[in-house]
Design a protein around this ligand. Structure first.
Ligand code: FMN
Length: 358
């Protein structure tokens, strides 16, 4: 089978800030819960990422900057020496195969449970408002999200510094850069959304105040490793994990307005869950750098989007689960395989690093 011209557009090289990509097929971040109980990456993670190194860029899974920000069992961190050393094996393996890899920094804020975090580590948030919903724990099955403690102004600034340190640690671990996770109801979204942020200091109030936390995290990370190695992920209108903003378009436009001064490497933008917001057009208008588009793309629609100039690259998540060689399959026009949902978050190699090349 031969590929059409639009899919060929995906195979062209691309520069994103300081990152030189061999192609425009990006692997989107996916939490797979394969680290150990201390958040230290494991050998199966090295195998998994190495097998996917042909992606133009891998954005590695949501990873906590400090254990306060851990959401899930066996979710990796980038805080301790052991974590940094183990990530180094992964970045070396990807680089040895000619790939590029950045780390998604994800502070979960109120999304978490004391039954997951080490004893005495509490969940924190912009305001003391508990999220509706539950999270799986290895220790006690499904548990309600913690009632979070509201951060003081000084503590917010300390969490910004944790993001700076996380970027530094990621660089030490050999990553080519970092991406701030600003979607899905985690801490930056808890600041940005009006229903989760009732603060009266400079981190609350109007959209400018609510966007300040994410902006300051980006600024700190850019100061630490260079803006050409820092990206931002957004999904305007996403209500996952009980966030609801009075005007998601306006809040995101304000965040992009603040971020414009930084000249970030890329904006990773997902389609809005409701079609009321055209997130790709909004991103184009309010972000002057390169766009990575996401969600529900197939190789042909992704190629069409790049060819039409909607974005410079497209990220795939689920297709990378069962197709470690997704780029080769696109190049050679080989049909894509599915994957097993039951092993998405289980420990070990099964349904993770054992999908074969097609
Ligand atoms: C198993 C799984 C884990 C995910 N974990 C993350 C994550 O850690 N960070 C994130 O920003 N998005 C995460 N996502 C969302 C994906 O990055 C992506 O946006 C979504 O799957 C849609 O893209 P797709 O249609 O190509 O699968 C996850 C998705 C899946 C399926």
């Amino acid at each position: 089978m031969s590929i059409d011209n639009s899919q060929a557009a995906l195979l062209q090289p691309l520069t994103l800030g300081d990152l030189e990509l061999a192609n425009r097929v990006v692997m989107a971040p996916m939490t797979r819960n394969r680290a150990d109980n201390d958040g230290v990456p494991t050998q199966v993670m090295t195998d998994y990422y190495a097998d996917r190194a042909e992606a133009g860029l891998i954005i590695a899974e949501g990873t906590w900057p400090s254990v306060t920000g851990q959401a899930y069992c066996r979710q990796p961190g980038i805080e301790t020496e052991a974590q940094i050393t183990a990530w180094r094996k992964i970045t070396d393996a990807v680089h040895d195969r000619g790939g590029k890899i950045v780390l998604q920094i994800m502070h979960a804020g109120r999304i978490g449970s004391s039954k997951i975090k080490p004893e005495g580590v509490e969940s924190v948030a912009p305001s003391a408002l508990q999220a509706q919903g539950e999270v799986y724990t290895d220790a006690a099955g499904m548990q309600p999200f913690d009632m979070p403690r509201a951060l003081s102004t000084e503590e917010v600034q300390a969490v910004v510094e944790e993001h700076r340190q996380a970027a530094k640690n990621a660089q030490q671990a050999g990553f080519d850069g970092v991406e701030l996770h600003c979607t899905s109801g985690y801490l930056p979204m808890q600041f940005l959304c009006s229903n989760t942020n009732q603060r009266t200091d400079q981190y609350g109030g109007d959209a400018a105040g609510r966007a300040r936390f994410a902006f300051e995290c980006l600024q700190a990370m850019a100061e630490e490793i260079g803006a050409g190695r820092v990206g931002l992920r957004i999904n305007p209108g996403n209500r996952f994990n009980d966030t609801k903003d009075e005007d998601p378009a306006a809040s995101h436009i304000e965040l992009l307005r603040q971020a414009a001064s930084l000249e970030l490497a890329f904006l990773h933008v997902m389609r809005a869950p409701t079609r009321k917001i055209d997130a790709f057009a909004m991103a184009r208008e309010h972000f002057k750098g390169s766009l990575i588009l996401n969600d529900n793309f197939e190789p042909d629609t992704a190629g069409d989007a790049v060819e039409a100039g909607q974005g410079e690259a497209v990220s795939f998540a689920r297709h990378f689960i069962g197709n470690p060689d997704l780029v080769r399959r696109i190049r050679q026009g080989i049909a894509l395989s599915g994957f097993d949902r039951d092993t998405l978050y289980t420990a070990g190699a099964a349904g993770y690093s054992d999908y074969s090349q097609g």
